[in-house]
Design a protein around this ligand. Structure first.
Ligand SMILES: [Ca+2]
Ligand SMILES: [Ca+2]
Length: 401
């Protein structure tokens, strides 16, 4: 609890801060990422698994998959995970690899990529219960025997899947998760990716982004290289597109995956490319630059920090990192290492995410006082205390004019 002295200090400071004229409004996730970084400890990697897959629910809670367990964060910003669903042996005999976990945009379904040689499992998000984990069986989950590396939901029923056997061109398919699991409707929508699979993501126009995850034919200069990312309009992918001859080149970065879009339309790119010396960071491509590429003739310069930010929370340039957008909280989640990181896209002092720093942010910090909730931990030191109140007061904008 706060002392009376601290309370008095806050009230005095708030009164002073209220006199400061409002600063310019305009949240821009791209510019704010990297300012405040939090460490998030994921559930420990389960025996038989190679890591922990991650995504976020529409309310901002993180979800994680390792072994046979799906975990959900106990609260928004809590950083603590509880088991919320168990993959029963009748659904999956062994642990997941895991490949991926993806929550549909409306939050109604969850798709799990169990990993190499294993199925995709789809179930209702309502089954996730951190108080009493649901056991998933063929009665409450669908098991699709389809190849997969990464995936992205287009809507609540269609899942785009990057897949391919190593050594042959990769593809993207579109699984109708309502189709009969014994005869899945899963047509190829992008063919002939001259390399291993990259990530897959949809922008707000329904255009599909995918890439070359590892160039298998570097001596063939006319095919795409590692990290090449292309955009396919809904008309292009729905008709079936050829990666090498179709689509619009966006840029070449890392290993083109995983891919994701944040709420501003910035493109998040993970992975790594030793040949290009690109490892140990997540790339963020500014939405406005992407728009210029789509309209043409602008191109993305991956070496221009105004076009592409390179977020390296570990700081040593090592590793292949993954990225997810936590849209509800304006955070970017960085995975791939022994611990995860989140970085806020909100302006300094804005705990509520309305783009302003006002009394509501003081209230948010006070309500979370002495906890570790990262949304109120504006300094990023892992605890909510007076220093976070100081950030609010020093960043005060006041209400919108
Ligand atoms: Ca605020
Ligand atoms: Ca703090």
């Amino acid at each position: 609890m706060m002392s009376c002295e601290l309370t008095a200090r806050v009230v005095r400071a708030a009164a002073l801060a209220a006199l400061v004229s409002p600063a310019a409004i305009g949240a821009d996730l791209f510019d704010h990422y990297g300012g405040v970084v939090h460490v998030v400890t994921p559930p420990p990697t389960a025996p038989g698994s190679f890591g922990v897959a991650a995504d976020a629910l529409p309310d901002g809670r993180l979800v994680a998959l390792t072994g046979s367990t799906v975990f959900v964060e106990t609260g928004v910003g809590a950083g603590v995970f509880a088991p919320a669903a168990i993959l029963g042996a009748s659904l999956l005999a062994g642990p997941t690899d895991p490949g991926f976990i993806r929550v549909s945009p409306g939050g109604t379904r969850v798709a799990i990529g169990a990993g190499f040689g294993l199925p995709i499992i789809v179930f209702d998000a309502a089954a996730l219960d951190p108080l009493a984990p649901t056991t998933l069986t063929p009665a409450n989950a669908a098991r699709f025997e389809v190849g997969h590396f990464d995936a992205a939901w287009l809507d609540e029923t269609r899942l785009a899947i990057a897949a391919g056997a190593f050594g042959s061109p990769s593809i993207v398919t579109m699984l109708d998760v309502t189709s009969d699991p014994s005869a899945p409707v899963n047509p190829v929508i992008v063919s002939n990716i001259a390399g291993a699979s990259g990530g897959v993501a949809f922008d707000s126009d329904g255009a599909l982004y995918t890439g070359n995850g590892f160039d298998l034919t570097p001596a063939t200069p006319r095919t795409s290289r590692t990290g090449a990312i292309k955009r396919f309009t809904p008309g292009e992918w729905s008709a079936g597109a050829d990666f090498e001859t179709g689509g619009r080149p966006v840029l070449e970065l890392l290993s083109a995956g995983p891919l994701a879009f944040d709420a501003d339309g910035d493109l998040l790119v993970g992975g790594g490319d030793f040949a290009q010396g690109q490892t140990g960071f997540v790339g963020v491509v500014r939405a406005g630059v992407l728009a210029g590429v789509i309209a043409g003739p602008l191109t993305v310069n991956p070496n221009n920090p105004a076009h592409v930010r390179r977020l390296d929370p570990i700081g040593d340039g090592s590793g292949f990192l993954g990225a997810r957008a936590i849209r509800a909280t304006d955070e970017l989640l960085i995975t791939g290492g022994p611990v995860w990181f989140t970085t806020s896209g909100r302006r300094p002092g804005d705990a509520t995410g309305d783009g302003l720093v006002t009394g509501a942010d003081l209230t948010a910090v006070l309500n979370a006082f002495s906890t570790t909730n990262r949304l109120a931990d504006l300094t990023g030191d892992g605890v909510v205390n007076g220093a976070d109140l100081t950030v609010v007061l020093n960043s005060w904008t006041g209400a919108a004019p």
